[in-house]
Design a binder for this molecule. Structure first.
Ligand code: FES
Length: 290
């Protein structure tokens, strides 16, 4: 079966650099509005381990789909209007989470994300008009809701492209345990590592971040779980058990000792490797690999 033409059109949007000046202005506004890092982390979904946006969009989508179903049932006008209003309220958390994630994406993803946002704004406008026009005896409010549902469905299609074709929000290290060999693997001579200097080493084609501390060696996947940034080109932050590596691309921070996310936009932890030193040679083992 061949792909629909609309998918090709959407892929072309990824390359429309003319959108970038507008995108830069909106990103600046998002960063000015959502400033505290703890708030950004919650909006990204750091506490729940994956993006929050897909969960909160259920409120507007569920409410609006239900409203259109009730519009088919006589005597449920008040309930349908209430659902349209609930959906409009739900656009606030949906927008906050969506824009916060979007501001930390690659250019190609931001261009498609801009289309997704524009469609959502159009759909919200139609639902607001539907809410205001729901006067007894006319069908205009119901018609506007149907138009809004069509637009928001198109937006969901664009969101699917952004999430799955362009992998925004996906864990970019999920493949690591499937590709890394089972058991202990030779890494590097201990003496070749400089203390507190992030170092890139490859084992079986897999890039690893290696950091020698005063009393040990910490090893994480070098591919940032957010969007594949090279962690070994980032900077070390903190000391001891609190030492973190900060990604050079969007400043996600990961605890070296465990790989867990300390700050987003990443939401998935880094694969963390066990280490040991045998005759001056550092070896690594990824639990569950192979
Ligand atoms: S690639 Fe975005 S924070 Fe690392």
């Amino acid at each position: 079966m061949r792909e629909l033409r609309i998918v090709g059109l959407l892929s072309r949007v990824e390359g429309v650099a003319a959108l970038d000046p507008l995108i830069d202005r909106i990103v600046g506004s998002v960063n000015a509005v959502v400033r505290p890092r703890a708030v950004r982390d919650v909006l990204h979904g750091v506490p729940i381990g994956h993006p929050l946006h897909p969960a909160v969009v259920l409120l507007p989508l569920g409410s609006w789909i239900s409203a259109s179903l009730l519009d088919l049932v006589p005597g449920t006008e008040r309930s349908a209007r209430l659902l349209v209003a609930a959906g409009l309220v739900g656009t606030l958390p949906a927008s906050l989470t969506g824009f916060t994630d979007w501001a930390e994406l690659h250019e190609q993803q931001k261009r498609v994300g801009l289309l997704h946002s524009a469609a959502n704004v159009a759909a919200s406008g139609l639902y607001l008009a539907s809410f205001l026009r729901r006067t007894p005896g006319t069908g205009r409010g119901k018609l506007l809701a149907l138009l809004g549902l069509a637009v928001v469905s198109g937006s969901a299609f664009v969101g699917g492209h952004l999430s799955f074709r362009q992998a925004s929000g996906a864990n970019h290290t999920e493949h690591v345990p499937h590709l890394f060999p089972e058991g202990w693997q030779r890494l590097v001579e201990l003496d070749a590592l400089v203390v507190d200097q992030p170092t890139h080493v490859e084992v079986s084609g897999q890039p690893l971040l290696v950091v020698r501390s005063g009393d040990g060696v910490e090893v994480l996947s070098d591919v940032c779980s957010h969007l594949s940034g090279p962690l070994s080109e980032g900077r070390l932050v903190g000391t001891g058990a609190d030492a973190c590596i900060e990604c050079p691309w969007h400043e996600s921070r990961f605890l070296l000792a465990t790989g867990e996310v300390v700050h987003g936009p990443a939401t998935a932890p880094q694969p963390r490797f066990d280490t040991r030193v045998v005759d001056g040679l550092v070896e690594v083992c990824l639990p569950g690999a192979g």
